[in-house]
Ligand binder design. Structure first.
Ligand code: IVH
Length: 676
């Protein structure tokens, strides 16, 4: 068989199997056969790279996005929906529509669909091939998310029909099924990474990920619900036909869709059915979407502002239950903030049994007038952790909720953060609750950039007691690492080498790595530039720190308190003794501070420099590089495809330089300047 056709056969086969598995929930081959065939495809592609096409299933996890958050204009505006919260509101919406159409409401055919709780996406196909996918954005302009959308296996890279339309936008919801969401959060807890509050946030966060590999590991799904741009033979008369058509194109179907006549009693019946199945569905739904099925009627009704006059979302009410507040614990977070957590008499609400609720802070407890022993109403509105709405009955044996004076983890004194509702443990670098996270922050790419000392390894070393503070990084022994599961002598040596290689650093980087509250990457650099050496910074008063541009009283106080703490001083001393060094600011800057005090913004894709390089150059001349344009911006450097920031600069009459102009104006000869 010619190479080309056996390659195409492999692609067709795998695409067909993916369709059976991910769209029809009806697999026809064993995992082993699938894996073997996939491997064949990969081998063939590795040996014949010229053959590779964008439709190959191997290309689902492909290139990174073209630019961070590239904008895409929707040819047909992406609408949103008006909400109804009662049966009466729902019915009267369609009564009004019927009146406008001059027909009785009961002659309307209403199509009902579960309202999937995720993120609206428009996927654009040309000649049957997936070209790009975008978020809704403001309805007219969305964000390019092609790279992550392509990783979703229930989205065909090529439409499954022989005569596809010239152009079609398939619009629908990307969501994460409840089981996959639970698994994701369990993993996040184990790895110490971010836990998502609800499936919707998880879906949105995953789609807007820059790294498609991360998206590919999360079990996202897509279900279409409407049409955007369409160029081709159009012979649909009903919305339901379009949904059926999507299915023939290779997409999943929304389960539990119904068609009925626009009678009040029919709406009522449908709502009760949906309410019943809600908690049994594999995905989270937050309501029902009702649409007039006839496309002609839809067209003659049109839309107002952002929503159609032929469809409405009937939202489910938040689910509330009454239970008893047994106890309040205080959890110490990564930054040392103590958060009160309500321990409840377990209660079934919104499809799950809950035994914890967030209380946010002490002000919230006071506002609610809450004591342990009270009967309370809790609410679940799609989020994992419910919130406390109010006290419904005062307990007979009430106990007041008091912020502990000492940290429940390390016993250091707890103090209120000035001007805020939060309380914080003053244990600093020595509090174990903050420990592992602080070490991760210190070693991260942005700061000490210790390759190979990733979050999982830090957690492991921390739990074994080999790492207690950031200073312990420098006394790690080969055996500490090598004896951990999944590590060997070689990888342990790599970690030690990376630690060694990270020792020469910069003052600003080190200061940021210490994780002083509120002092981020930029502020740390500014402070370092201003004071020039660590000794001066550690002895600076709040007043002196507030002289630094952009440093306010909260940050200044945090810096002073941090260096005043003897435990922190001891840790810094230990780190310096282990060989971490930098040249003081004065001697490192060979450039004149020609842009001192200015604020610059970079936007679009630069052709000759990377963003980081351009940023480093500007900073070496004393400029601050900001993320957004404001009246204070001195100049904007605009690369290719610059978007909203450029528009804003123009509207504020702020100076804009194109990349070439920028390079020329500052006489940047790339080899010398960028390398230095
Ligand atoms: S139709 C012009 N159908 O809900 C009609 N939307 O609150 C556009 N949604 O932006 C939407 N499930 O992201 C429609 N079956 C469904 C839906 C649905 C979820 C989302 C969609 C929309 C939002 C409005």
């Amino acid at each position: 068989m010619p190479l080309n056709s056996s390659y195409n056969d492999l692609i067709t086969k795998i695409n067909q199997w993916d369709h059976e598995y991910y769209v029809l929930d009806n697999p026809s081959v064993s995992d082993a056969e699938y894996d073997q065939t996939f491997r064949k495809l990969l081998d063939l592609e590795a040996n014949n790279p010229a053959l590779i096409t964008a439709q190959s299933p191997s290309q689902r996890v492909g290139a990174k996005p073209l630019a961070e958050y590239r904008k895409i204009e929707h040819a047909v505006k992406m609408l949103s929906l008006a909400n109804a919260f009662t049966l009466e509101e729902t019915y009267s919406f369609f009564e009004k529509a019927a009146k406008e159409l001059d027909i009785p409401p009961s002659t309307l055919t209403i199509f009902s669909e579960p309202k999937l709780d995720g993120l609206a996406i428009s996927i654009h196909y040309e000649k049957g091939l997936l070209v790009y996918a975008a978020t809704r954005g403001d309805g007219k302009i969305g964000e390019d998310v092609t790279h992550t959308i392509k990783t979703i296996k229930s989205i065909p890279l090529q439409l499954a029909i022989h005569n596809p339309p010239e152009k079609i936008d398939v619009r629908g919801e990307v969501f994460i099924p409840v089981a996959a969401f639970k698994k994701l959060n369990q993993m996040a807890e184990i790895n110490g990474s971010k836990v998502f509050v609800n499936p919707r946030n998880a879906a949105a966060g995953t789609i807007r990920q820059l790294n498609p590999k991360v998206a590919a590991e999360r079990d996202l799904q897509f279900i279409p619900y409407g049409l955007g741009e369409y160029e081709g033979k159009f012979n649909f008369t009903e919305h339901s036909e379009i949904l059926n058509y999507f299915h023939t194109l290779g997409f999943r179907k929304n389960p539990h869709c119904y068609a009925f006549l626009g009678d009040f009693a029919e709406f009522e019946k449908n709502y009760h059915v949906m309410e019943q199945i809600r908690d049994k569905l594999p995905m989270q739904i937050d309501g029902i979407v009702y649409k007039i099925n006839a496309l002609q009627q839809q067209t003659s009704l049109g839309f107002i502002a952002r929503s159609p006059k032929w469809a409405i979302a009937r939202k489910f009410p938040a689910q509330n239950e009454i239970t008893q507040l047994l106890e309040v614990d205080f959890q110490v977070g990564r930054t040392g903030v103590l958060t009160p957590v309500a321990r409840l008499e377990p209660v079934f609400v919104g499809g799950v049994t809950v035994s914890n609720a967030t209380l946010h802070n002490m002000d919230e407890i006071e506002r609610l007038g809450l004591c342990m022993g009270d009967s309370i109403e809790i609410q679940r509105a799609g989020d994992v952790i419910p919130k406390v709405v109010k006290v419904v009955k005062i307990g007979t044996q009430r106990k007041p909720i008091i912020m502990p004076e000492l940290c429940p983890v390390c016993s250091a004194p707890v103090e209120r953060i000035e001007g805020q509702a939060a309380f914080r443990c003053t244990g600093g670098l020595t509090c174990p609750a903050q420990g592992a996270e602080r070490i991760k922050h210190y070693a991260s790419r942005k700061f000490m950039n210790i390759n190979n000392l990733g979050t999982k390894l830090v957690d492991l070393l921390y739990s074994k007691g080999a790492l207690k503070t950031i200073a312990d990084i420098y006394s790690l022994k080969l055996s500490d690492i090598a004896e951990l599961e999944g590590q060997g002598e070689k990888s342990a040596q790599n970690v030690l080498d990376s630690i060694e290689a990270s020792k020469p650093t910069k003052l600003g980087t080190f200061l940021g790595a210490l994780g002083i509250h509120e002092v981020g990457e930029e502020s740390a650099k500014t402070i370092a530039k201003y004071f020039k050496n660590l000794n001066t910074i550690s002895h600076a008063t709040s007043e002196e720190l507030m002289q630094v541009p952009d440093i306010g009283p909260v940050m200044a106080t945090n810096v002073v308190n941090f260096f005043r703490d003897e435990k922190n001083q001891a840790i810094i001393k230990q780190i310096l003794a282990s060989g971490v060094t930098w040249q003081d600011e004065q001697s490192t800057s060979t450039h004149q501070q020609i842009l001192a005090g200015q604020s610059w913004v970079l936007t679009g894709t630069l052709q000759n420099l990377s963003r980081d390089e351009a940023k480093a150059l500007l900073e070496s001349w004393g400029a601050k590089v900001a993320g957004s344009v404001s009246k204070k911006t001195s100049c904007v450097v605009a690369g290719k495809d610059a978007g909203a920031k450029l528009d804003k600069a123009e509207s504020l009459s702020i100076k804009v330089m194109e990349e070439a102009e920028f390079l020329e104006a500052f006489n940047v000869s790339q080899e010398s300047d960028i390398a230095s």
